[in-house]
Design a protein around this ligand. Structure first.
Ligand SMILES: N[C@@H](CCC(=O)N[C@@H](CS)C(=O)NCC(=O)O)C(=O)O
Length: 206
């Protein structure tokens, strides 16, 4: 059987979620990474995901799955270890809500980054402020529940770790730790997991 294929970039936090899940579940050896630069007009990602976004995962059976929450849950269905997506019940809703919050922080952060990359005359200060405010509120909400993040690792924890890691990577000058000591403590500990250390975002070599 051919391996699963993951269309990926080493800087994408959504791809990182998938990579961390693959490592945590022991499935990484069954996944072949296929580099993709979604900002290169000649990229072929849309042949797999009509939205033109990564991550996109081609399964061993040849079906393509997206987006990252779907891929992560699919991978979690393929192993017999401790599940990252809890079974139906309160813990599952908490994990899914945390994933949605972390992914939403990333959506706003990516919009801010892309706006920052436009020429200065095209940038909207109001748009940047709106996305920055969403990131700030999201981080504040995570600080409020940071003390509750101990306990078994779920997709919620992985998503939060990847979101905070990406903010550090892209907006390293922002002092997100300043008034969020509990989140900083949790993150520094979580970032030491081998799955996180092996997937630290890096600029692709050009
Ligand atoms: N909701 C999606 C978001 C994926 C996403 O935004 N990926 C970015 C890279 S970090 C992308 O491919 N962007 C290309 C584009 O927007 O055209 C997921 O969770 O997978």
């Amino acid at each position: 059987m051919s391996p699963m294929k993951l269309h990926y970039s080493p800087t994408s936090p959504f791809v990182r979620k998938v990579s961390v899940v693959a490592l945590e579940t022991g499935l990484d050896s069954r996944i072949e990474p296929i580099p993709a630069n979604v900002w290169d007009p000649s990229n072929k990602v849309a042949d797999h995901n009509p939205l033109g976004k990564i991550p996109a995962l081609v399964t061993e059976g040849g079906e393509t799955l997206f987006d990252s929450p779907v891929i992560c849950e699919y991978l979690d269905s393929l192993h017999d270890g401790l599940k990252l997506f809890p079974p139906p019940g309160g813990a599952r809703w908490t994990a899914l809500r945390r994933q949605a919050l972390a992914d939403g922080i990333l959506d706003a952060g990516v919009l801010r980054l892309l706006e920052n990359r436009r020429s200065e005359s095209e940038q909207s200060a109001g748009w940047i402020a709106r996305q920055s405010a969403a990131v700030t509120r999201g981080l504040d909400a995570l600080e409020d529940e940071a003390e509750e993040l101990s306990g078994p690792v779920t997709i919620g924890h992985i998503a939060i770790g990847c979101a905070v890691g990406w903010l550090e990577f892209r907006f390293g000058d922002d002092d997100w730790r300043g008034n969020r000591p509990a989140l900083a403590r949790w993150y520094d500990n979580f970032a030491r997991r081998p799955s996180m250390e092996r997937t630290v975002p890096q600029e692709a070599a050009t």
